[in-house]
Design a binder for this molecule. Sequence first.
Ligand SMILES: [Zn+2]
Length: 338
Amino acid sequence: MFSGKPLRFKIGVLILLTALGMLAGVFLGGCGQRKPSPASGGASGGRIQVVATIYPLADFARLVGGERVSVTQLLPQEAEPHDWEPSPKDIMKLYRAKLVIYNGAGLEPWMARLLPSLQSKGVRAMEATKGLQLLTFAEEEKQGWTTYVNGSGRFREKGEMNDAPVDPHAWLDPLLAREIVSRMAKELIAVDPAGKVDYMRRAQALQNRLADLDRAYTVAARGFRRKDIIVSHAAFGYLGRRYGLRQVPLLGLVPEQEPDAATLAKIVDYGRKQGIRYVFTEPTVNPRVAETVARELGVPVLPLTPIDSLSQQERERRCDYFDLMLQNLNNLKKALGE
Ligand SMILES: [Zn+2]
């Protein structure tokens, strides 16, 4: 450990953290227990087969498609999307689909080499982020929506990041998500014109919910007294642009890349100066680094999920995109409000 605080202080902090952690745990209550299980697998006969790569796109496709479609999520839950590669079996799933929905913006680099052959077999492909006003990681830093303290979270930019300088996490901005949903309806109509009225109606309902979500964030953001959030990886740049936040990523774009002790000390220092009250963890990333920083700052940790995949606990609680966006908002209010 890189601090020389007396043991008694550390024990005191530990007890405080446990108590605060229990309070924070209240926010982990049920998501949507009243929701029916999502229709998937089983009796999918006659339905339009849709494959979406990551969780939020699969969730949107189920909501827009309703009973007419059967949606398969390609990435397994808890998979790390920035790292994942499809197996031959996964690739077969793509060929059996009528419509494949992928994020793009560098998240699925393996898709590029599959697209020509998928399309030649009559599989329609939708790149969800196409036409959106995307950001590069460099722009986010320039605009102050991301700060890399001592280079933390930036490891990839020296090498592999050059291949993927665009921030792929567009689904975390409700208004960008609305545009994705609008195009998703058009794509579904293209593969299943008979469902047009149904798709349009469902997409409109979903877009209204996303507009409500944006309003909830906008109203809450007016009450934020701080803007810095210490997060696991740089997933929150679009939220930053929309609602005036600044993320301080602890890990590289691939969450396994960990900062060294000197960098951690700098981040703790930064956090102290900014009056950080919580350090955010991601449910599918090992919280060790975040917990170390939180311990040094003497503050608790809280979850803030990039919603790229669901943790086992989130699945058991039947959480969906909206539940998790609202849970994120509650936790942002705790961290940044008065
Ligand atoms: Zn990510």
